[in-house]
Design a protein around this ligand. Structure first.
Ligand SMILES: Nc1ncnc2c1ncn2[C@@H]1O[C@H](COP(=O)(O)OP(=O)(O)OP(=O)(O)O)[C@@H](O)[C@H]1O
Length: 227
């Protein structure tokens, strides 16, 4: 009897990736791999390039050299890239400013073909995150933390294989942080992966499998949590 021993491709596979803005070299021959299931944290000093790195993974910034594959597919496969990933950016996502959260979820339902049972979870998630009364308010009028929560609910509805969160804990109350950490663990149990940046030591480190630090000369593991 033959057994299939082929292991799935890494969720993120980054090989020798470099990125400059003009003469400023931000990413210098970076190598990084993340399997699924996983929770990985990326840390680093202000301005070292964390956000640029995350944006390169999702092709919101173009790389100058190297190779990036997401879930085994090159970035040029945009359908795969967009259907396998969701990004919660640290700044506002201007395209949703003129929608209410409910309109935004409806929009996501259509483009991601989210099943009805999952869309039904909006009210539970909104209740857990204490934003139930905000769902019909224009996004541009919501508080900073509420915007983050709405984006996190969106991520839970989409259930992407790879979720990338840039500084999601910023501006969130403790209950929301705990809720989100549990959600990461739940995602991991279901075989998915989450990559996040954080400056807040305990929040990031508690749930992470591996913590990386980005330096000017590369990316290194700085802590491993044995579970
Ligand atoms: N679009 C851009 N054009 C030019 N320079 C940029 C651009 N985006 C980022 N940079 C520069 O790249 C460097 C890395 O920025 P990045 O936002 O990735 O840092 P970071 O590690 O996320 O910092 P922080 O912890 O402060 O959020 C900075 O010097 C920044 O000024």
């Amino acid at each position: 009897m033959s057994m299939n021993t082929t292991s799935p491709p890494p969720l993120i596979d980054v090989r020798n990736v470099s990125k400059s803005f003009g003469k400023k070299l931000v990413l210098n021959k970076i190598n990084f791999a993340m399997p699924a299931p996983s929770i990985y944290v990326l840390k680093g000093a202000n301005g070292v390039g964390k956000s640029v790195f995350l944006k390169c993974l999702l092709q919101y910034e173009r790389i100058d050299a190297g190779i990036i594959e997401i879930a085994g597919n090159p970035l040029s496969d945009r359908i795969s890239l967009r259907s396998n990933t969701f990004f919660i950016s640290s700044d506002h996502q201007q395209f949703i400013e003129l929608l209410t959260p409910n309109e935004f979820f409806q929009f996501l339902k259509e483009i991601y073909m989210i099943p009805f049972e999952r869309i039904e979870q909006v009210s539970h998630l909104a209740e857990d995150l204490n934003v139930l009364t905000e769902l019909n308010t224009l996004f541009s009028k919501l508080s900073f933390g509420t915007k983050k929560k709405i984006q996190f609910i969106a991520a839970m509805l989409i259930c992407p294989k790879l979720l990338i969160c840039d500084e999601i804990y910023e501006g969130l109350d403790t209950d929301a942080v705990l809720f989100i950490q549990q959600a990461y663990q739940h995602r991991k149990l279901q075989g998915m992966g989450t990559l996040l940046t954080t400056h807040i030591r305990d929040y990031g480190e508690e749930v992470a499998d591996l913590i990386f630090e980005l330096f000017n000369n590369g990316i290194h593991v700085v802590k491993e949590n044995i579970t």
